[in-house]
Design a protein. Structure first.
Length: 192
């Protein structure tokens, strides 16, 4: 089973991930961007304010393909529970905003180019927080952590969840960390 943790920057995914590692010690834990050289290229791009959005998309896609074929699919083939901090929905949401002035319908474009080869998660935990709080928590240290950008990303996440309501479990990320973690653990346990 593939479980993904999604939400805007500062939504508490990392805090939940720490609790999930303790609750599911035999699971395979992973994240995007990865620690591969593809992921390193993505991270360099994130820190480059004027990076070309279309080029950036293909960096993210290369990292996702690497992640899928070298970590996720092999783990699933052995029957492992895989829990990923960020996955395809983050790319859809963040890159849709980045590509808004370049493509007429970025979300549809992104879904179409991923559809033939990506793996849809069995469960996605969406950590819902206001963009203002998310930007404050994340420190607004890069182009993606600004309130205006996160507001648009939040809106795209809502569109994605509306299209696939059965896959998503919304978690109120303004809750205390212990409660947030407990909801995440319970959501995964009930799906197992």
């Amino acid at each position: 089973m593939l479980v993904t943790l999604e939400g805007i920057d500062g939504s508490g995914k990392t805090t939940a991930m720490d609790a999930l590692r303790k609750a599911f010690p035999n699971a395979v834990f992973t994240s995007e961007p990865t620690g591969s050289w593809y992921g390193e290229a993505v991270n360099r791009s994130i820190l480059t304010p004027d990076a070309d959005p279309l080029s950036e998309l293909f960096l993210y896609m290369a990292d996702h393909a690497y992640h899928l074929h070298n970590t996720i699919l092999p783990a699933i083939e052995t029957g492992s529970l895989v829990i990923s901090d960020r996955y395809i929905d983050s790319r859809y949401a963040y890159q849709s905003v980045s590509l808004d002035k370049i493509l007429p319908d970025p979300l549809t474009y992104l879904k179409n180019i991923h559809q033939p080869w990506t793996l849809i998660p069995d469960l996605t935990l969406y950590f819902d927080i206001s963009p203002i709080i998310g930007a404050k928590r994340s420190g607004s240290t890069n182009k993606f952590e600004q309130v205006s950008f996160l507001t648009q990303v939040h809106h795209i996440f809502e569109k994605i969840m509306l299209a696939e309501p059965g896959r998503f479990k919304r978690i109120d990320a303004s809750l205390p960390p212990e409660e947030l973690a407990l909801l995440a653990i319970e959501s995964i346990s009930s799906k197992l």
